[in-house]
Design a binder for this molecule. Structure first.
Ligand code: KG4
Ligand code: ZN
Length: 335
């Protein structure tokens, strides 16, 4: 058992998608079917547990790619049914909140949750586990999706988030170590962020990253025509990253100010971005406490799903044997 109470955790990453510049749904589903059995066995061996030690089964039921989700849901149903165990379908993004809580004692409600992944960007207030108020979210692209698309435009490989971060770090190093590098050079916009936003306006918390992506594409096109894009990629990446961090950090700061909730729990793959964690901490200052997951638990993993399932199973919740995968599963417990 590690220091976070995780006894065994197996993670398989699918490299096959990189060649296509994004996730290919059918490949994802087939890879799940191929590897699930061995993954469970691996995790159980690491945990030194036997089938008889398992008391419940949690599985991601949505949102996401239905084919991949169905592979997991069907495996979980078959296992739970055969062993006579309770089954619980978990919402992927609620799982990310529990992922951070696994590592931090302080990451418990009440808190402001900022969830940033490849498919979703959500800002919420957690009043208790399972009781949430949605403050805002993206109106178009998710934060991670924006990183991935911008990386692609700049000719960087998939997944783009880590590549953008690395390029921005090169920009910073070239600028003599300034934290934000040459960010600001291209004056990229901060969509839906204005000092005139008022609490109560949907725009106060909502976000949009599609316009930022388009603005960057326009700058990239101009640079390309001048034959100057290759030399500007690092600075452009730094500029883009800074714009995203600016928007996310300010919306989060507003949530802390308006709710009086000091704790901020960050979750999702984009939480791996060190400039985002830094920018959030800077913006919150002494008015907030930031809890961010380590890379292992920021990226999609089964420990966070197990933690969410354990909470819901303990309070008596069960999913029916008819549990289905849902591409657009609604966030649970929204007031
Ligand atoms: O939560 P996650 O592992 O999978 C989904 O639920 O989508 O998040 C994946 C996303 C991808 O868009 C990836 O580019 C992004 O997280 N990501 C990052 C970084 N590492 C991963 N984005 C920015 N900076 C990073 N260092
Ligand atoms: Zn995720």
């Amino acid at each position: 058992m590690d220091e976070h109470g995780i006894r065994g955790l197996a993670i398989a990453s699918q490299d096959a998608h990189a060649a296509f510049g994004g996730v290919v749904p059918e490949i994802a589903a087939r890879e799940h079917i191929r590897s699930l059995d061995a993954m469970v066995r691996h995790a159980m061996r690491e945990a030194e547990v036997d089938h008889a030690d398992i008391s419940g089964v949690g599985v991601t039921a949505g949102p996401g790619l239905v084919g991949a989700l169905l592979a997991g849901v069907n495996w979980a149903k078959a296992y739970a049914f055969a062993r006579g165990l309770p089954l619980l379908g978990v919402h992927h993004m609620e799982g990310h909140l529990f992922g951070t809580a696994l590592e931090h004692e302080g990451a418990h409600p009440p808190f402001i949750g900022l969830l940033v992944s490849g498919g979703h960007t959500l800002l919420l207030e957690a009043r208790a586990w399972g009781r949430y108020r949605l403050l805002g979210g993206t109106r178009d692209d998710a934060a991670g999706e924006a990183f991935d698309k911008v990386a692609r435009r700049l000719g960087l490989p998939y997944p783009g988030g880590p590549q953008i971060q690395r390029a921005a770090e090169r920009s910073a190093a070239a600028a003599g170590g300034a934290a934000v590098g040459a960010a600001g050079r291209f004056r990229l916009p901060r969509p839906m962020l204005s000092r005139r936003d008022l609490p109560g306006d949907p725009a106060y918390y909502d976000m949009s990253f599609s316009g930022l992506k388009t603005a960057l594409a326009r700058v990239a096109e101009q640079l390309e025509e001048e034959g100057a894009l290759a030399d500007a990629v690092d600075d452009l990446a730094a500029d883009f990253q800074e714009a995203v961090v600016d928007v996310l950090a300010e919306k989060t700061r507003r949530a802390v100010e308006q709710t009086g909730c000091r704790r901020v729990v960050l979750g999702g793959g984009v939480a791996r971005n060190s400039r985002l964690r830094e920018g959030l901490a800077e913006r919150l200052g002494s008015s907030g406490e930031l809890y961010a997951p380590s890379p292992r638990l920021a990226t999609d993993n089964a420990a966070m799903i197990a933690a969410a399932a354990r909470f819901r199973l303990a309070r008596g919740e069960r999913s029916p044997w008819s549990l289905n995968a849902e591409a657009a599963l609604a966030f649970p417990g929204l007031a």
